[in-house]
Design a protein around this ligand. Structure first.
Ligand SMILES: [Mg+2]
Length: 328
């Protein structure tokens, strides 16, 4: 890793990396298009949308609902901030959503008449908790995929970052494993941005409750050390998604000798090569890798192409990240 990146460039890398991973993974989601590993991921669009070439999907769209609040004057973790995020999710569902995860749709559609009333976030969290109590299956990757902007909001405060990551996850995903995943991934991003080091999800283990730490150690043993890439697909479960992204990030490091741009590209390629929910795994991967390399080192043909709801492009995303970072 070069040491020439600035904290602002690494923060921009979180959002641009997320968007580029998303748009590079979109064509191959659930094998919509056949992936050719010799060619590497191509931002050709299509996928579930269908999307334009370079267009991002629900992962970046929902992340932007969070990012726009983080860039505003309202503290992200205040009741008003959480209400604004929840309202953003409802607006997105009505006006922006090109595809929607099953669980997210179940929660948001139960609240579609709830526009504009204070306490929305609390009611959304309650609906998500009821869904968990009823089904016991709310550990999808839909909270992890959108969590990156939370990591930029309170760069000097790991505990506050962790609490915010969990609260925002719980708006739609009540399974504690979903919240844990967001805590772990945000801490990796936060440390990369603030400390100019290669943050890793295990850096955040100390931010989890003791019983969760033990559970994740066991999960790492079962899911990751067993480790063949084949065990990392399907990857709709938040735990599998986290380990799939971690696998891709580790593959990226093997391209280091060719420079940071090659590192970023290799990580996204490794994420897409796993198959299944390719855009989400590549988005999660890119959100961390972009902080390792800095936004400047993300392949320019990708940052030039990415765009999507609600009307942002690459430079626009970088500007939002900078604004979040300045507010913090
Ligand atoms: Mg998607």
């Amino acid at each position: 890793m070069t040491t020439t990146t600035t904290a602002a460039d690494r923060a921009a890398g979180a959002l641009l990396g997320l968007a580029c991973g998303d748009a590079a993974g979109v064509p191959y989601e659930f094998a919509s298009a056949l992936y050719d590993p010799h060619q590497g991921p191509q931002m050709i669009g299509g996928g579930l949308g269908p999307y334009e070439p370079g267009e991002w999907s629900d992962d970046t769209q929902m992340a932007l609902c969070i990012a726009r609040v983080a860039a505003s004057d309202v503290p992200l973790d205040s009741p008003e901030g959480l209400d604004a995020i929840a309202q953003g999710f409802l607006d997105w569902l009505q006006r922006g959503a090109s595809d929607v995860g099953t669980q997210t749709r179940q929660v948001l559609s139960a609240l579609h008449r709830d526009d504009g009333h204070p306490g929305l976030a609390q009611r959304m969290t309650a609906v998500a908790a009821e869904l968990h109590a009823r089904s016991g299956r709310t550990g999808g990757n839909g909270a992890l995929m959108r969590t990156a902007p939370v990591a930029l909001a309170f760069p000097d405060d790991p505990e506050r970052t962790a609490r915010a990551a969990r609260s925002i996850a719980e708006l739609t995903h009540a399974d504690p494993l979903a919240g844990d995943s967001c805590v772990l991934w945000c801490e990796a991003i936060r440390r990369s941005v603030v400390d100019a080091m290669r943050g890793r999800p295990e850096d955040g283990l100390e931010l989890l409750p003791a019983e969760s730490r033990e559970a994740w150690a066991a999960l790492a043993e079962g899911t990751w050390r067993a480790g063949a890439p084949a065990s990392l697909s399907p990857n709709g479960f938040t735990v599998t998604a986290l380990f799939a992204a971690l696998h891709a990030v580790e593959q990226a490091a093997s391209a280091d000798e060719d420079g940071p741009t090659a590192t970023f590209r290799a990580g996204i390629a490794a994420a897409v090569a796993l198959g299944d929910d390719t855009d989400t795994i590549a988005a999660i991967t890119g959100s961390l890798l972009g902080t390792w390399t800095g936004a400047e080192e993300i392949p320019q043909e990708w940052t030039d192409m990415v765009h999507g709801w609600p009307g942002y492009d690459g430079p626009g995303l970088a500007a939002v990240a900078t604004m979040i970072f300045r507010h913090s």
